[in-house]
Design a protein around this ligand. Sequence first.
Ligand code: THU
Length: 140
Amino acid sequence: MISSSEKEKLIAACLKAREASYSPYSDFCVGAALLGEDGRIYKGCNIENAAFTPTVCAERVALFVAVSEGVRQFSALAVCGGKKDAALPLAICAPCGVCRQALREFCGDEMPVFLVQDAEHFEEVTFASLLPKSFGPENL
Ligand code: THU
């Protein structure tokens, strides 16, 4: 259970992360923020590439930054996305399938995920609702 002040900061962090999006090919800017068990927030934005396939989503950038800093457990995720010039509130942007599986390695079923439209508007779901009957480390 995260506090309301942590939730507020996480939501603000994903909106801030979106500002750094490098998405000249889609013009679709995504921001993600993960709250680590260490209490720190790890941000990521989508980073596109002229060759297209090396493009990486905001959620995986945030996850890989955190893991590369030694953090492997998370208490919440916030995500927002929309066209570069879209007015707030944005439409809901849920993590893509690849990111759900990447997150599955480190995130628990009950972890809250905030699908953020702006600082005041968001939908809260559990991670398991995004990836039911999933495959993870304990299946090997
Ligand atoms: N994108 C993300 O960053 N996260 C998602 O979960 C969905 C898609 C990015 C990838 C690409 O740069 C752009 O949004 C359009 O697909």
